[in-house]
Design a binder for this molecule. Structure first.
Ligand SMILES: [Zn+2]
Length: 226
């Protein structure tokens, strides 16, 4: 029992962290978002809603500058003000915006948004437990090894999520008659916007796998569906 106590404490701590971060995230999003009302985008989201037999797809604007889209653990979909401005300025087309919305819907539909919050607190529990065990075997280095192992694990998990969300978006865009082309165009566009350097890289790309590989995965789907 005494040996298990640190692990039990780590799990309790992780559960607490999970509650707090879900609460914090939704409070932050509530305070800084409004519903998106754009006629051209609405026409496209209505087509996607029809393809999914939904009444409508609600999208919210999150008032921050970085170019990003996100799916909240409660299932709401957000586009940042920065991303919306690129669309308003004509740099990103309505169909390309629809592909971002479809991708985020994929994260919601496939349960990633919720899983990610669990991952986050699950990771804390794994890290804490690993640190306790490794810390005894290799004092000092144990913490570093524990950190490296946990981040490797989470990178692996989120990479798979991105490919799944892309595939979901591709299917939805195809069914809605919008097609996969805007999805691929947007990847290339964002890559160009970043100018190849990581400095100006849009946040939406940074958290995702390599653009080339994502496009290749989409093309493989296209071939299979044709
Ligand atoms: Zn994603």
């Amino acid at each position: 029992m005494l040996k298990l106590t640190p692990i039990l404490l780590a799990i309790l701590y992780a559960l607490g962290m999970y509650r707090v971060s879900v609460w914090r995230t939704s409070r932050e999003l509530d305070a800084r978002s409004t519903e998106l009302a754009d006629p051209a985008l609405r026409r496209l989201t209505d087509r996607m809603a029809e393809a999914l037999d939904l009444q409508r797809i609600r999208v919210h604007i999150y008032e921050i500058a970085p170019v990003n889209g996100l799916a909240a653990p409660d299932g709401r979909i957000f586009i940042t003000r920065g991303f919306y401005q690129k669309y308003r300025a004509g740099e990103v087309s309505a169909e390309e915006m629809a592909s971002v919305i479809a991708h985020e819907m994929g994260h919601v539909a496939l349960g990633h948004a919720r899983k990610r919050m669990i991952d986050f607190s699950g990771q804390n529990a794994i890290r804490t437990a690993l640190m306790m065990v490794l810390g005894r075997i290799v004092p000092g280095l144990g913490v570093m090894i524990a950190n490296a192992l946990t981040s490797l694990l989470s990178a692996r998990l989120s990479r798979d999520d991105e490919y799944e969300a892309d595939a979901y978006a591709a299917a939805l865009l195809t069914k809605a008659g919008i097609g996969i082309a805007p999805q691929k165009d947007l990847f290339r566009k964002l890559e160009r916007l970043s100018g190849g350097g990581a400095g100006a890289m849009p946040a939406w790309l940074m958290s995702h796998p390599k653009t080339e590989e994502r496009i290749a995965a989409l093309e493989a789907l296209e071939r299979r569906w044709r």
